[in-house]
Design a protein around this ligand. Structure first.
Ligand SMILES: [Zn+2]
Ligand SMILES: [Zn+2]
Length: 312
């Protein structure tokens, strides 16, 4: 089945993807104490027992010489500006708090960038509601009147915050390009799988691509591919993980659709848990696509592949 006709529809352009990674940060004793004390509007630093370097946030080990921290110290909320950069989301700055040796990276707030000068006096601005993270200081603002403070010993310190919940979110557009776009377009609208043939080795490539990755020649002829194929390799998935769409146990397989020279990774479904575990799906099994009720324009439009008669 060869189809050289070019679709008059616009091919699917891109897919919006989102990475969402929840994880837990273990703060450690010194940093955990720093975070807990921020909630009480106190800034805690550490002094190295070996080289006496004072840094904020407090650290368990010296970033200069590697020695274990000797003591925690109370640090004034005032200091001076030692550098800054303007970003789309505000001004980031290095602030050398009074009595410390290492600048703290934080935000500049309530201040116009034109009024920033190196060495300017700044003081901390505090969040109305502490959240137990570094944004309990909302930022630093120019404070020409502030007097230079001094380090002080700490007495009763709050218990360290041991863990921080954190979620990294990343949204992006994944551009399909012409070949993937055409495949996903015909999958979505016509329930048709289309590959492309290399004019040199005659292999049919799925997903379709602009060049044969064996011969390095431009590909040419679009080919309709049946939704039946043969399992080349398979695994029974037993483990559970975040973001999983299917309930274990289930079968994942490399499937060679009839007439193609490439492998497609998809699930083999329609099985009970016992059947999934039983090895009923094996290399050589014949399978056929079960199409989804939803048309999404992706290979998820095939719900899964089902074992059909004629298996080896
Ligand atoms: Zn040190
Ligand atoms: Zn080729």
């Amino acid at each position: 089945m060869t189809n050289n006709a070019t679709s008059t529809r616009e091919t699917m352009g891109s897919m919006t993807s989102r990475l969402s990674m929840p994880y837990t940060l273990t703060a450690g004793k010194a940093m955990g104490t720093f975070l807990a004390e921020l909630g009480a509007q106190r800034i805690i630093g550490s002094r190295c027992a070996a080289c006496a370097t004072v840094r904020v946030p407090a650290q368990d080990f010296c970033g200069d010489c590697g020695a274990e921290t000797g003591e925690l110290v109370a640090v004034p909320s005032t200091g001076e500006l030692t550098g800054w950069t303007v970003t789309e989301r505000g001004i980031l700055a290095f602030v050398l708090l009074d009595g410390t040796d290492v600048p703290l990276l934080h935000r500049i707030v309530d201040t116009d960038v034109s009024s920033l000068v190196l060495g300017a006096r700044v003081s901390a601005r505090w969040a109305a509601e502490p959240a137990g993270n570094v944004m309990d200081i909302t930022g630093f603002a120019i404070d020409a009147e502030s007097t230079v403070g001094a380090l002080a010993p700490t007495n009763e310190l709050l218990a360290p915050i041991e863990q921080l919940a954190y979620r990294m979110e990343l949204t992006y557009e994944h551009s399909y390009g012409h070949f993937y776009g055409s495949l996903f377009d015909s999958v979505k609208n016509d329930r048709r799988i289309r590959g492309i043939r290399c004019p040199s080795c005659r292999n049919v490539l799925l997903p379709p691509r602009g060049f044969c990755d064996v011969c390095f020649v431009p590909t040419k002829d679009w080919i309709d591919i049946p939704d039946t194929g043969t399992v080349q390799a398979c695994s029974v998935v037993h483990i559970e993980f975040v973001g999983q769409r299917m309930t274990p146990p289930y079968v994942y397989a490399e499937i060679v659709l009839d007439g193609t020279a490439t492998r497609l990774i998809h699930s083999v479904g329609g099985l009970s848990a016992e059947e999934a575990r039983s090895g009923i799906v094996k290399p050589g099994s014949r399978v056929k696509a079960v199409w989804s009720d939803r048309a999404t324009g992706s290979l998820a439009d095939i719900e899964y592949f089902q074992v059909i008669d004629g298996s080896a």
